[in-house]
Design a protein around this ligand. Structure first.
Ligand SMILES: Nc1ncnc2c1ncn2[C@@H]1O[C@H](COP(=O)(O)OP(=O)(O)OP(=O)(O)O)[C@@H](O)[C@H]1O
Ligand SMILES: [Mg+2]
Length: 201
């Protein structure tokens, strides 16, 4: 149950959310993405109240404007790595192999585009999920522990990539993480507890 959670993220800003396991961080991101609907309260993105949108409208909105790095990746097992990364473009009716290849290179998977997800390590799957979340240049990037499966060097690379993409595209980013080091790149760090969401000490 998420209660007493109220926050604003200015367009183009990066906010990190810390909090203990089970406190509701993933639930919060799902609400912001419009994947879940709140029992009470209001969520607005770029002035649009998600509560007034139909499920179809929400799906369209998400496809165009949101990039989501799921905690459990949700890489589709029957598509190649490149097809997974290109999926948000395909869903928007775009074919852009050069963009897909650039994203694969950016996450260090330039030579793995033709691999199947089952042939990838956990960290490689995570990097695939990150490339997929950013490939269509979403205005809002929601990243749920995007470095949870990565070694320190890869984690550093992925966080830098997130930061650069967000900056270059003028995107807004909410980053859920257990890592204080990762959170440190954000403009603002919030901590979610059972008492609600508050500024980090
Ligand atoms: N689909 C669901 N149905 C019912 N309860 C759920 C569901 N998903 C999560 N929960 C519960 O809601 C609470 C918050 O879960 P959530 O996944 O948001 O936590 P979290 O902060 O992301 O944790 P972690 O750091 O382990 O990822 C937990 O108690 C969890 O068991
Ligand atoms: Mg979670």
């Amino acid at each position: 149950m998420l209660e007493r959670v109220s926050f604003d993220v200015p367009a183009g800003a990066m906010v990190a959310i810390l909090g203990e396991s089970g406190v509701g961080k993933s639930s919060l991101l799902n609400l912001v993405a419009g994947l879940d609907r709140p029992d009470a309260g209001r969520i607005a993105i770029a002035g649009q109240d998600l509560g007034t949108m139909s499920d179809d409208d929400l799906t369209r909105f998400r496809r165009k404007h949101v990039g989501f790095v799921f905690q459990a990746f949700h890489v589709l097992p029957y598509l190649t790595v490149a097809q997974n990364v290109g999926l948000p473009l395909a869903l928007n009716g775009q074919v852009a192999p050069a963009r897909v290849n650039a994203m694969l290179a950016a996450v260090g998977l330039a030579d793995r585009g033709d691999s199947m997800p089952r042939e990838l390590s956990g960290g490689e799957l995570q990097r695939t999920a990150i490339a997929r979340a950013l490939v269509h240049r979403p205005a809002l990037v929601l990243a749920d522990e995007p470095t949870g499966n990565l070694d320190t060097a890869s984690a550093h690379g992925v966080i830098a990539l997130l930061r650069d993409c967000v900056r270059d595209e003028g995107a807004t980013c909410i980053l859920v993480t257990h890592s204080r080091a990762a959170a440190a790149i954000a403009d603002r760090v919030l901590v979610l507890t059972a008492d609600g969401l508050a500024e980090s000490a």
